[in-house]
Each structure stands twice: as structure tokens, then as C-alpha cells.
Design a binder for this molecule. Sequence first.
Ligand SMILES: [Zn+2]
Length: 205
Amino acid sequence: MWVTHMTRDRVYVHPTAFVAEDAVLGPGTKVWHAAQVREGARIGAECILGKGVYVGEGVTIGDRVKIQNGASIFSGAFIEDGVFVGPHVIFTNDRFPRAINADGSLKSEDDWQLGKILVRHGASLGAGSVLIAGVTVGRWALVAAGAVVVRAVPDHGLVAGNPARLVGSVCVCARRLREEREGMLVCDHCGRKYRCDADGSVALA
Ligand SMILES: [Zn+2]
């Protein structure tokens, strides 16, 4: 059905957007031009879905998530609170994509396994980045624009390239962290300090 603006509690849905009847939108969420939210999707409060965003069946999205124009979030995605999804980011969900079976017949819903992606609290996905099914992006991590993420990204990790490699760590303010001394990282922008353990894990000190 077409849902016109202000038909749900403090929700704005642009008249050109399509939101499935059983999709859940939290209070204060805005859905802009030509966006599509599929059946069973659950979107939290105060989210922004930009122009042309696609949210697949059963996708779960937390509160205060910003999704920029043209991002495609296919089924199997789970996005925690406060995540930034840049323009034209793609969440894939099939690690073995084929249109047809070996005998040439069209593959059906039963002919493949849904791959899952988890993006954790506060993480950011740069413009045009691609997440391959099966990965987890850690809390406050930053995926550079155009990166292709093929393996897990640790909390506060900064990854770039194709395939994406870990090139540093970032602050909650998204600036790169500098090693102050053994096991301690600092943000020169906001002054926050982080502990870096021997296993490479980074957390606020
Ligand atoms: Zn900072």
C-alpha cells in the first residue's frame, strides 16, 4: 500500500515512498522520496532514510540511524543504534550468487542461504562501500568510502580498500587515533584516550 505522510506516530513518510503495511517505524523517523521499506522490517526511532533507500524484508535497524541516498540494505542485515550508512552503500546477502542452477533453471528462494551482516553501535559506512555477507562491523568502526568489507572489522577499526584492510583506529568523533605510548591511543581532536590491548582491541580508557 502507499502510505502518505503522518499516518504513523510522529513518523514522516514522503508520498512517493513505499512502506510495507507490517513494517515498523519508530517515532520521529523520516522516510524520504522513493525509499522502500519491505515487509517485516523494523526501524527504530528518529532514523532518517534518504532518497531511494531500500530496506529489505525483515531487516532490523536501531534508533537514530542515518541512511543516505540510494543505500541498499538487503535481507539479513542487523543494524544497531546510531549507525551512519553513507550514500549508495550496499549490504550483500548471498556469498555464492548465481541466477540459475547447473541445469539452467532459475534459482528460487529455496536455492540459496541468506547471509547475515551485523553493524554495531555508532559505526559508520562510507559512501559506496560494500559489505559482503557474513561480516560484522564493530562499535564506532569506520569503513572508508568505496571499501569492500570481506572480514570482521574490530571496534573503533578503520578499514579501507578492496579487499578492505585495517589501516588504523578511530575515535567516537571519527578522527584517527594516534599512539601516545605503548598500549595507549589518543585523539588529537577531542582528547579522548583509548586503551589498546595486546590482541589489538581498542576501548575507551
Ligand atoms: Zn576524538
